[in-house]
Design a protein around this ligand. Sequence first.
Ligand SMILES: [Zn+2]
Length: 266
Amino acid sequence: MKIELLPSTFERDGSAARRQHLTAMTVDDAIAFDAGSLATGCSDAQRAGIRDIVISHAHLDHIAGLPLFIDDLFSTLEGPIRVYASADVIGVLEEHIFNWSVYPRFSELRNDFGPVMAYCEFSPGEEFAVRHCSVLPIQVNHKVPSCGFIIKDETSTIASTGDTAPTEIFWDIVNGLDSLDAVLVECAFPDELAELAEISHHLTPRALANELGKLERNDCEIYISNIKPTYRDLTVSQIERLGIDRLKLLEIAREYVWPRSGRPAG
Ligand SMILES: [Zn+2]
């Protein structure tokens, strides 16, 4: 499985900026998890290949690129863009985004080939199939209904918390998996903003350390994402000071592939 956290912004020289304003992660250039920067940060190959988009929650930084991605492809789509989301999230998208005022209701529109967008509703705790992967959504502890995901293909398993404050079920399920290649964990704010993190249901490095104390397995890599760009340097320095060896930052626009070379598949 290959994953990539798409860039949100670009430096003047055209290189991907390290700051993460928006969230969109691709799997094998075929599936997107969240669509914050999907329309603006994806490659041409990803734009051509991605027709399945799984949404964790309806906060703007996770969905901003969804209407634009569909709009860009509208006349060329030979089948609908499939949007996988909980009933709560679908309700928000229909009421507040695809409402004919902010953007067209693509779920009602067709091009020459047929419908351009279709919702695939999922329920937390119920695994579903997307392309060559299976996805288990797990309710996490965020300000609005939000899911983390366990993503599996034939050879690898990745877990991602998405946006969350301290949570329990996610870690229980992660601890019970047969195998796990990597877990991606959010850490939005520095410790100085613990109160804001609590109000907005995010983690700080101190809270992250507490969360990782719930991880009872040492066979997986750990990556941190979703660091708020304004506080990135401070937050990163505090994460590094935790002194957890296998903990790394999930770098933007870098391809991560599992299983790692040298390890047998399966
Ligand atoms: Zn959020």
